[in-house]
Design a protein around this ligand. Structure first.
Ligand code: CA
Length: 224
C-alpha cells in the first residue's frame, strides 16, 4: 500500500516511516501542508497519516480538502492535544480515526492495519429504509423491487430524507438542502414535491414511508 505521512516532527516521522516501511508499505513523507498538497496531486494514496499542527497550517484543512475532493483514502489524524474538541473536529473534517500523541508505534501500526482492512468506503453506499432504496452512485431509486423514475429534484429530496431517515425534516431543512437557501419560488414547493414523491413510491402492500408532521415537515421511516 502507498501511504502518505504528513508530520513536521522529523524524529517522529522517521520512526513512523521506518516502521510502516518494515511492514511492506511505500511511504511518502511531507513536512508541511504545501508539500502534502504537491504529493497528493500526483500520487494515489491508500491511506493518509495526518498531523494536526503543521508549520504552514492546520492538518484539519487538508483533511477537509481531501474529503471535499472525494478522495477515498482513509485518514488517521495525529493530535498532540487530548482535547475532545480536537477529536471531534478531526472526525467532523472527515478523518476515519485519530491517535493522541504521545503514542507507542505499535498502536499506530494497529490503527493503520485496521483502516487498510476496511472495505473501500465508496463514500456513497446504497441508502435504504422501509423498502425505499436509493443508489446515489448509480442514480437509481426503487420501491421494493420496482425501479422508480424520479426527476433530479425528487431524487435529491429522497436522498436527503433517506440520509436523515427517522428524523423530522422541516420544510426549511428541505428548502435549504434540496433547493438551496436562496430559493424564492412558490412557498408550497416542498409539499408539492413530497406529494409527487409519495405517489411515485406507492406500491400495493407497502406502507407509505413518508409521514407528514403537521405544521413542521416530513419524516421518512420510523421515528429515530
Ligand atoms: Ca506537528
Amino acid at each position: 500500500m502507498r501511504l502518505l505521512l504528513v508530520e513536521d516532527d522529523q524524529t517522529l516521522a522517521r520512526v513512523i516511516a521506518r516502521g510502516l516501511a518494515e511492514e511492506g508499505h511505500a511511504i511518502d513523507h511531507a513536512g508541511s501542508l504545501a508539500a502534502a498538497d504537491e504529493l497528493i496531486a500526483v500520487n494515489d494514496y491508500d491511506l493518509l497519516v495526518l498531523d494536526i499542527g503543521l508549520p504552514d497550517g492546520d492538518g484539519l484543512t487538508l483533511c477537509r480538502r481531501v474529503r471535499a475532493a472525494d478522495h477515498p483514502a482513509p485518514i488517521l489524524m495525529l493530535t498532540a492535544r487530548d482535547g475532545l474538541s480536537d477529536k471531534v473536529s478531526g472526525l467532523d473534517a472527515g478523518a476515519d480515526d485519530y491517535l493522541t500523541k504521545p503514542f507507542a508505534y505499535p498502536e499506530l501500526a494497529a490503527r493503520v492495519r485496521a483502516l487498510l482492512r476496511r472495505p473501500k468506503n465508496t463514500a456513497k453506499p446504497v441508502l435504504e429504509t422501509m423498502g425505499v432504496r436509493l443508489d446515489p452512485a448509480a442514480h437509481t431509486a426503487w420501491r421494493g423491487a420496482i425501479l422508480v423514475p424520479l426527476t433530479p429534484r425528487e431524487f435529491s429530496l429522497l436522498e436527503f430524507m433517506l440520509r436523515h431517515s427517522g428524523e423530522v425534516c422541516t420544510r426549511e431543512d428541505l428548502l435549504e438542502h434540496v433547493w438551496d437557501a436562496h430559493y424564492d419560488g412558490l412557498s408550497n414547493v416542498v409539499d408539492v414535491h413530497v406529494a409527487n414523491l409519495r405517489r411515485k413510491l406507492e406500491q400495493p402492500g407497502l406502507d407509505d414511508p413518508i409521514e407528514t408532521i403537521r405544521g413542521v415537515g416530513y419524516r421518512l421511516g420510523a421515528a429515530a
